[in-house]
Design a protein around this ligand. Sequence first.
Ligand SMILES: Nc1ncnc2c1ncn2[C@@H]1O[C@H](COP(=O)(O)OP(=O)(O)OP(=O)(O)O)[C@@H](O)[C@H]1O
Ligand SMILES: CC(C)(CO)[C@@H](O)C(=O)[O-]
Ligand code: BAL
Length: 281
Amino acid sequence: MQIARTVEEFRALRASVPALGVVPTMGFLHEGHLSLVRRAKAECGAAAATIFVNPTQFAANEDFSTYPRSLERDLELLRAEGCDFVFAPDRVEAMYPPGFDIRIAVGGVTTMLEGAVRPGHFDGVATVVAKLLNITQPTRAYFGQKDAQQCVVVRKLVRDLNMPTEIVVCPTVREADGLAMSSRNAYLAPAERQAATILIRALRAAEALFQAGEREADALRQAMRAVLAGEPMAVVEYVSAAHPESLAELERIGAAGALLSLAARIGKTRLIDNLVLPPAG
Ligand SMILES: Nc1ncnc2c1ncn2[C@@H]1O[C@H](COP(=O)(O)OP(=O)(O)OP(=O)(O)O)[C@@H](O)[C@H]1O
Ligand SMILES: CC(C)(CO)[C@@H](O)C(=O)[O-]
Ligand code: BAL
């Protein structure tokens, strides 16, 4: 596995393979990230991961400075997966040199859900993903369904800017008790870790209602809220039953299916999760 610490170093590595699958990450890797690397390697022949905790997607009150970091361990895990290349910029200035003055605002799909709670977050994500895709020039880039709105934003970014990379969205990898794997789970104290399963339990309650024939979106949102209310440690930020592409809140679940999603704080830790209700037929 070869490690590039600068854009120039990565470009030299990129030129050595015909096709490349790229997995953008912020590091502190877990099985969710590794599942993406495995798929990139299987589908493209060569795989690369990027590791960069991007300051521009964190608001001033968020956890940029405390975000967990573990480069040596991450590199070991990637090596064990047969990852070919890693782009891990050695300083923030490698991505944002003096005079850097561009922000990409993707528009409509960034205003709700995560975008409403984290203003400016998706400008930071879209800008850094555009840079990472330009730097790594992937045949395909792999993202996790856990960050569902991010997937919608990235697909739109690539489509609207005619970027020649195919975006692949991969299933959310979960712990045995259903908790979606996330680097931020490391913040949870043992009692909080237990309480955190309330997110997937709320989503599954709404999914079960849907499977039993319920099509009123309000009933599904209510079902999620009711389950979340049973966990005193959970402070709910939003629950949503939205159109899977426009992310607009639905009145009824129609032929397109729906994205059920939610965000809650457990103590100081902010967690998100979602489930997709499939399209009809
Ligand atoms: N449980 C998971 N299953 C599948 N993919 C995941 C999972 N968790 C994260 N990913 C994906 O890995 C990529 C990098 O995510 P990131 O480094 O932010 O990790 P994270 O665990 O989501 O961290 P955070 O705690 O910041 O949400 C993203 O495309 C993300 O959707
Ligand atoms: C896509 C990403 C690597 C951009 O910083 C980040 O938002 C993430 O890890 O999901
Ligand atoms: N996994 C999405 C990155 C973030 O929360 O900033």
